[in-house]
Structure formats: C-alpha cells, structure tokens
Write a protein that binds this ligand. Structure first.
Ligand SMILES: Cc1ncc(COP(=O)(O)O)c(C=O)c1O
Length: 405
C-alpha cells in the first residue's frame, strides 16, 4: 500500500519509543511511576460532571451540533476571557469551540499554509504544532529556546529568506516543556514583528491558570498606560499585546485549568478572519464536540473557580517536593514558576542523550520521563518530568533516579 509522503515525518516519534520502553519495564516486573505524560491525574469538578450528566438526559443534545457550537458556550468563553484579561470578545465572530486545543492548533496550518510555506515554531515545542504543519505540506523553521535567553526565541535571528516565505509563528507561554513564562513586553515585540512581516501569530495557551505565586499573581499596572492589566491572570494573553486582534489567535483548553483532558474541549479566540478560516477547515472535518460536553465546559467557566486555585496549590506542593528531592540528591534544577512540568538539564554522561537516559531509566527503575529531544533538537540534553503524582510517590521516583545515576 502506498501512503502520502506527508505521513513520513509523523512516523518517527520518540514518545512511541518511550511507550515501548515502558511496556518492556512492565513486562520485566518494574513498578511504573509514570511522569512522562502531561495528563492531569486530578478529577473534573462535581458541578461540571453534573452539568454533563443532566445533558445526557436531554435529547436536544443528542444530534449534530454543527460547526459553530452553541451561543451559550461562545458567550461563556468570551465572558471568561474578558474577566481574565479585560479585553472584549465578540462571541459570534471571535470565538470557536474546539475538540481540544491540540485539534485547533493542528488544523490551523491547513487554513494558512500553501505547500512549501514556512511556519516558525518553538524548539523545543509541543509536537502537534509541527504535526499540523506537516499535514499541510508546510516547512518548519525552528526557533531555538535557550536557557540563556529565558527560553524565549530571538526573533532577529530568523533569516530574511525564511521570513519571506513564512505565514505563521507559533508561541506558547507558560511553555511546555521548559515551563518558561513570557512577559507582556515579549508578546508586544512578537506582535510588532508579525505585523511587520505579515505573519499570523498563534498563541497556544493551555497553562494560563497553572501559574504559581512566584510569577507575581494578581493584577499589575502597565507602566506606560497606567492601566490595570490582567485583572485576574498572572500571565499575559497574546491579545493584550494585540488588542485590535490584528494578527493574533489564541488557543485555550479546559484540559489543564479544569482537569478535563479526556473530555476534549477547548476554544480559539482572536482575529475574526482567522476564526472563520479555522471554522471552514473544521467544517470539512468534524461536527464539533458533543453539546453535553459544551455544557460541562460552561459550568466550569462560569461556576465557582475554587477548584482551579486548589489544583494550582496541589501542583505547587508537588513541584516543591520534587525540586527539593532533586536538590537533595545533588541535581540542581531551577524551580519553575508555572506549568505542571520540571525541565531538568541532564548530568554527564547523559547530557547529549536524553532518549537513552529515559529508556534506561524506565527499564532499570520503572520511572518514566520524557526525553527533551522528543520536543525538538534544542530539547536535547534535558528531560521533562510531569508532576502527575502526589509528593510521596514523586520522592520515591527521585530515590530511584538517585540510584540510577
Ligand atoms: C502546549 C500544549 N498545547 C496543547 C495541549 C493539548 O491540549 P488539549 O487537551 O486541549 O488538546 C497540550 C497538552 O499537554 C500542551 O501542552
């Protein structure tokens, strides 16, 4: 059977290799502590489940929802955004429900790229950003993220010839896997850059709520305008840097803030033409998420937010326990201010072979982590641990890592 060439870059995936290594570890009797997946182990809240349960008994939710979702969902998303960032959003033209933000970011290149056009992606970055570009027969220019630049890309380093053929740039802060956060000033620079070079600016924003106090939680005053920014969010949205929504589209998900990864619900907010273009792609592909799930999402977005604060406190405790344990075995790793990940620079002799480190670690100890190389060339030399277990198990994992090292 002959398959399309665009499938080839999707075939080699170090995470599939890791899955095999995990299976081997299990088959030889290792007790697995899986820190390799960024899937929250915390449950969705009771009022969310209740809204979905009630919808199941409502036969009006049983049919196709078609591609625009429900007005109530779009309004809840727009209100949530306005409350958090103080930017008004038209629920009719500037919001699009998605079957998870991964679906949206992976489909968008089909609306923007002609074959051979470039997308500018973060390296390391989230794999589906590249996957979507491959599916659209685009080319990828990777922007290396280095510790010395606080894991922000240096836009001036992008070659003019690449820029001339580029249609889109993808950013994502708080960042998976490095856990870096981006200041509003960097977003302003990125917006100006994309306006100047006629690029669409995509911002994938799943960790908007998973931010710890150290990042400066609370509202802040913009020095220049004296305006209160981020009424409720400690980290900026890309639209605060592009309030006219001239070039930007942002992707949210309920997977992280509301522990709803399995429910597959997210949304895009931004430039109305971009929203419309993505809607056109989706209309060819899917009939939208189930209406009951949208009702659960409305309950999450409009209901009590104490669960979000509680989740952040849980991840913060885990982070502290894991970092302290790593420090106690002599592995100096910076304390992340956001996300559910620890991005750790590997010690010698593993510093240029993260895949081998992770493969051997899981086989010998049962502790599974994600090799930095799986997120891109510049991720080599690092390993990502996802904080998806409680502190005692995280400490056990570090004990096993110490023996392995
Ligand atoms: C940067 C980034 N984007 C998207 C996703 C997936 O989000 P969703 O569950 O909404 O598809 C993740 C999940 O880990 C992520 O880290």
């Amino acid at each position: 059977m002959q398959f399309a060439k665009r499938l080839q870059p999707l075939q080699s995936n170090v995470f599939a290799d890791m899955d095999r290594a995990k299976a081997v570890a299990l088959s030889i009797g290792r007790q697995l502590i899986d820190l390799s997946l960024g899937s929250s182990d915390l449950p969705a809240e009771a009022h969310v489940i209740e809204a979905i349960a009630q919808s199941l008994h409502d036969r009006s939710t049983h049919g196709y929802l078609l591609f625009h979702g429900t007005q109530a969902f779009r309004q809840a998303a727009a209100d949530w955004y306005e409350q958090k960032f103080g930017i008004s959003v038209d629920p009719e033209t500037e919001v699009l429900p998605l079957i998870g933000s991964q679906e949206g970011t992976a489909h968008l290149p089909l609306a923007l790229l002609d074959p051979g056009d470039f997308a500018l992606l973060l390296d390391p970055g989230y794999p589906s950003h590249a996957g979507g570009v491959y599916l659209a027969n685009g080319q990828i220019y990777t922007m290396p993220l280095l510790a010395k630049n606080d894991f922000l890309p240096v836009l001036a380093d992008i070659p003019a010839a690449v820029l001339a053929q580029s249609r889109m740039m993808v950013l994502s802060y708080p960042h998976n896997p490095t856990a870096a956060i981006a200041p509003l000033a960097f977003f302003q620079e990125a917006v100006a850059f994309c306006q100047q070079h006629n690029l669409v600016l995509v911002h994938d924003f799943p960790y908007v709520d998973l931010v710890f106090e150290e990042a400066g939680v609370g509202s802040r005053k913009d020095k220049e305008t004296n305006r209160i920014i981020n009424p409720q969010s400690p980290v900026p949205s890309i639209l605060q840097a592009d309030p006219e929504k001239s070039v930007s589209i942002e992707f949210f998900t309920l997977s992280k803030s509301y522990n709803m990864g399995g429910f597959r619900i997210g949304y895009a907010i931004g430039n109305a033409q971009l929203i419309n273009a993505l809607r056109q792609v989706k209309a060819a592909v899917d009939f939208n998420q189930y209406g009951g799930i949208l009702n659960g999402a409305i309950a999450a977005l409009t209901g009590p937010q104490a669960g979000v604060t509680d989740s952040v406190a849980i991840f913060r405790k885990r982070r502290d326990a894991f970092i302290n344990a790593l420090h106690s075995i002599g592995w100096q790793v910076p304390t992340p201010k956001a996300t559910m990940y620890i991005w750790a620079k590997l010690p010698a002799p593993w510093n240029q072979n993260s895949v081998e480190f992770c493969t051997q670690l899981v086989k010998q100890t049962g502790v599974a982590a994600s090799p930095g190389a799986g997120f891109g060339k510049s991720g080599e030399g690092y390993v990502r641990f996802a904080l998806v277990h409680e502190p005692p198990l995280l400490e056990t994992a570090v004990g096993r890592i110490a023996e392995f090292l």
